[in-house]
Design a protein around this ligand. Structure first.
Ligand code: FAD
Length: 397
């Protein structure tokens, strides 16, 4: 088995980076792999709603990188990437540390996109990471203490907006009037029909108002201004939660350094950055030439991480890397406390059974880190026998 002199550096240890690192180490244990992340903990983002509702404790959904990687002999460094010198193969980090690499994998994920809408950055809450979750949770708890019913606007009728709306309604019952604002003519317009219909039912059951064909024009300290079929209307608000879109987290890239498409790094179908073929970009920050329609999801990020591990090993062994092929394994959404909807591989499920299955499936999709993630899935694994039919582990995630 061949090895290399300088390390493979993976920056960003979310779904894409972690999958790549752990699979690569498994394929070739002799490889020097350095994983760098600006955070100390992995965030299991699809389970953030359950953290908010306290169905899962924070520490269970956010295991420490140090524990995950030390178990398998991968070096982990907490640091924030500030500059890449593609020509000279080195990276600079926030404390001026410089690191040379033989192969580079960047996968620094997404951040909320306000689309330059006035007042969003100043006055909206977000739900993209643990910091957002903590801020939102403490604000909602503060609001809850006052007697009047409060008005929440959730901007974005995609999975995040819908899941959050149902969960908040179930946590706080009638303390909030919840409005979901969606600019297209239906919620979950990119999702499976079964899940969309289940979500519509879940919103209706909870008396959550949905304003379709509506666009947020501005948010101020006390109001939200929305344009829709009836013109422009200003509503008093207590809180606006912005889930209307994400953009790639690429602040360390110089503007014209590499080719981008729709703001994301363009890679070839081997996941390489075309002009620097020892460099790869995967997960939310990248877009594959010819596969521009892939969704921005953990499922894609993990499949790319898994495929990239195989490709890097092929390259090290002097062989040609293989084109990436995406397998749509379906989708799952949570719909309030104890409820979910699943449309996957010909199976559709909703309600309480789907809720349990969803969490179990997430845990089973992380086969190589089950040991380190015992925390995240401890209670789920106790129920493993009930869900055997969902547990067909495969490497395609
Ligand atoms: C609330 C929520 C729910 C979701 N639910 C689902 C779902 O049900 N199903 C699904 O498929 N997808 C879901 N997604 C989307 C999914 O989480 C993302 O698509 C996935 O996390 C992308 O993986 P990634 O590895 O590209 O980025 P991430 O998982 O976001 O990881 C990026 C990592 O890079 C690190 N980083 C960022 N900048 C730097 C830097 N400069 N230096 C070093 N490290 C850096 C971050 O700390 C982070 O650890 C959800 C997202 C959210 C926010």
């Amino acid at each position: 088995m061949k090895s290399i002199q300088k390390p493979i550096v993976i920056v960003g240890a979310g779904f894409a980076g972690m999958t790549a690192a752990l699979n690569l180490k498994k394929l070739n244990p002799a490889l020097p792999i350095l994983v760098v992340d600006s955070a100390s903990n992995f965030i299991f983002k699809p389970l953030m709603y359950e953290v908010l509702s306290k169905e899962i404790r924070t520490w269970e959904a956010t295991p420490k990188f140090a524990n995950i990687f030390s178990d398998v002999g991968v070096t982990f460094l907490k640091n924030s990437l500030t500059t890449i010198s593609f020509k000279d193969n080195f990276l600079e980090f926030s404390d001026e540390l410089k690191v040379n690499y033989q192969y580079l994998v960047i996968c620094t994920g997404s951040m909320p996109n306000s689309f330059s809408t006035k007042g969003v950055d100043e006055y909206c809450y977000f739900f993209n990471d643990l910091n957002d979750l903590n801020k939102l949770e403490s604000f909602l708890e503060k609001l809850q203490k006052t007697s009047l019913q409060k008005k929440i606007f959730i901007v974005g009728g995609g999975p995040s907006g819908v899941e959050l709306a149902c969960k908040i309604k179930d946590i706080f019952v009638d303390q909030f009037e919840i409005n979901v604002i969606e600019k297209s003519n239906e919620i979950l317009y990119r999702n499976k029909i079964f899940n969309r219909e289940e979500a519509e039912r879940a919103l209706e059951k909870r008396k959550i108002k949905v304003l379709l064909n509506s666009k947020v024009e501005e948010v101020s300290e006390s109001e939200i201004i929305i344009s829709g079929e009836d013109g422009v209307t200003s509503f008093a608000k207590d809180i606006v939660i912005w889930t209307a879109g994400v953009k790639p987290n690429l602040h360390y890239l110089k503007s014209d350094e590499i080719t981008k498409k729709y703001g994301r790094i363009l890679v070839n179908n081997k996941l390489q950055i075309e002009n620097y073929r020892n460099c790869f970009a995967i997960g939310d920050i990248s877009i594959i030439a010819g596969m521009e329609d892939l969704p921005i999801t953990a499922q894609v990020a993990m499949q790319e991480g898994n495929h990239l591990a195989k490709n890097i090993e092929l390259i090290i062994q002097g062989k040609n890397p293989l084109p990436f092929d995406y397998q749509d394994n379906g989708e799952m959404i949570s719909l309030g406390i104890g409820e979910a909807s699943i449309s996957a591989l010909g199976i559709t499920l909703s309600g309480k059974f789907a809720f349990e299955a969803r969490r179990l499936i997430y845990a089973s999709k992380l086969p190589d880190i089950n040991e380190s993630l015992k925390s995240v899935s401890s209670w789920i694994f106790q129920k493993k026998s009930i869900f055997k039919k969902f547990l067909k582990k495969d490497n395609s995630n």
